[in-house]
Every structure is written in C-alpha cells, then in structure tokens.
Design a protein around this ligand. Structure first.
Ligand code: IPD
Length: 290
C-alpha cells in the first residue's frame, strides 16, 4: 500500500519554493479584488501561487486531482472523490497578506479515498513548516509537535476567526459565541487571521482550542491532520464527526475541551463546500440546542 511519503516531500519542497513568491510580493503594493464579500479578498499572488503549485504537481503526478481555492473561485467545482486529491490554499490569510500582517500560510492537504493522508502548513513570514502524515505524528520544522492536553476549558486559550461573512446573523452569532466563551470563562480568545496557522497553534500547544464557522475545506484540511497527529481532537461544531466540507470545525487539546466548546457555541447556516452553488443554502440556523 502506498505511503505517499514522496508526495509529502514533494509538497514540502514546493511550499518552500512558492513561499519565496509570497514573501517577495508581501512587501509590494497589491492589486486587490473582492470575491464573496468586502472582506473576502484575492490578489494576483494568490492566483499565481496556486497556478505554480498545481502545474508542478500535475507535471509530476498527472493522474492526481485538485481542489484549489482560486480555481474554485474561478468556477471549478469542489469534488472530493476517491482519487488522490491535493487540496490547496495558496495564501491562507489573504487579508493579512494585503495588510502585511505577518501571518500568511501556504496550506496543502492530500487525500486518497476521501481520507487525508498528509497536511502541510507553511507559515511563510515566520518560516515555520508544520506537517503531518497519517499515523506518523506531527512536526514543526522537523521537531515533534504535541497538543497541550488541557482538559479544563476555563484554563484554555481559544483561537477563532471572524471570517469574511458580514451579514447580521453571521455577525451576531460570531460575537455571541465569543461572549459565551469569555463568560465560561476561558483564559483568552485570539485570532491570527489565518485558519491554518490558528489550528497549528493547537497542534503546537500554544493554544488549547480553535473553532470556526464559515471557513472552507482548503483553509483547514491540512491543519486538521496536523492537530490529530499532534494528539489533539477535531470535530464539527455540533459535536459530530469532522467533515472538511461542512464549513464548521472545532480543534482542541482534548475531547473534554472540544465537547465543552461544542455545547456553548452556535453555528450560522453555510452552504457546504461540495454543494452545487445553484442550490439553496443548507444547514440549520443553530445547533446544540443552546
Ligand atoms: C481565510 C482565513 C481567515 C478565515 C476565513 C478564510 P483565505 O482564508 O483563513 O482566517 O477567517 O474564513 O476564508 O481567504 O485568506 O485563504
């Protein structure tokens, strides 16, 4: 049975090369365009880096398939089949990139039979390369990573994101979730502006939990396996099994913390990543009966 290590190593070397493109552009003036909302941005560099990555991978693995943030923005469908599939976010943290806020990452996950085999998150400005392969542990620049193991939510630093949604329901849900967590209480709530790097903080033990509603599969697929391989837990915000297409995630240091957060937070409706865009928005208006 294939262990996909060659693909992982190839992905890591590509991330390092692509990071040079990101870091050069980071210092320069950007041409910024809007996507789904006034806070959902794209630059020429996002598109360029995704093209570079896909062209290189396709050249080496012509049979493999892709789910790429900017290809989807350009009209491609999100289709996760049993075929080997690379799930790519060329710049996670595009708003940070535009503003030179120094947390931007290249995120690459690789799935076969719909199971993630490895994930790579390269936080370019920090020069931190997080990676994990299924069953083989998680690493930061080659050193093993371990989640904190914290079980008491009142002692947790929790990371979350505001995201790009700006409608009233999304904003009121997001702010009331933060309110409820602070009232638990937790030690603190943080947001770095990149879902992938946020989740890697849980894998590294710098944060004890992360939750997010409204992000996409390319933002979190790689970081999810990094958290799991670091000994953490990943689930849906309603406490069910993690589904990278659902646009809801909790990552935590322990089951106890993940379940406690699932009891407290609510979700707003989001269209699944793999749902046809001409269908209506799915999802219940709230979960967990809170
Ligand atoms: C975004 C970042 C951000 C999160 C958004 C994502 P992008 O990804 O991960 O932290 O709040 O929901 O869409 O657009 O910069 O790749």
């Amino acid at each position: 049975m294939a262990n996909w290590t060659d693909c992982l190593n190839f992905g890591i070397s590509l991330c390092k090369q692509a990071s040079e493109v990101v870091l050069t552009a980071f210092q320069q003036q950007k041409d910024v365009k809007l996507k789904s909302s006034p806070a959902d941005l794209v630059t020429e560099t996002d598109q360029r880096v995704e093209k570079i990555l896909i062209a290189a991978i396709r050249n080496r693995y012509p049979e493999h398939r892709f789910i790429g943030e900017e290809s989807v923005a350009a009209g491609e469908r999100v289709e996760l089949t049993d075929h080997p599939t690379w799930i790519i976010d060329p710049i996670d943290g595009t708003v940070n990139f535009v503003h030179r806020f120094p947390f931007v990452a290249i995120s690459i996950a690789f799935a076969v039979n719909k199971q993630t085999e490895f994930g790579i998150v390269y936080s370019c400005v920090e020069d931190k390369l997080f990676s994990a392969q299924r069953g083989r542990g998680a690493f930061l620049n080659g050193a093993p990573l371990h989640a904190s193991g914290q079980e008491d939510v009142s002692r947790c630093v929790v990371v979350t994101e505001i995201g790009a949604e700006r409608d009233d329901l999304a904003l009121s849900t997001l702010t009331s979730n933060i309110f409820r967590l602070l009232k638990l209480p937790v030690h603190g709530v943080r947001a770095l502006g990149t879902a992938a790097v946020d989740m890697c903080q849980v894998a590294a033990g710098g944060a004890d939990a992360y939750y997010h509603i409204g992000m996409h599969c390319w933002d979190i697929a790689a970081a999810a396996i990094i958290v799991k391989e670091a000994g953490g837990v990943v689930m849906d915000t309603d406490g069910s099994e993690f589904d990278m297409m659902s646009r809801r995630v909790i990552a935590a240091s322990s089951d106890a913390v993940a379940n406690r957060i699932a009891q407290v937070i609510q979700a707003f409706p989001c269209r699944r990543d793999d749902e046809d865009s001409d269908k209506c928005v799915c999802g219940a208006p709230s979960v967990n009966g809170v």
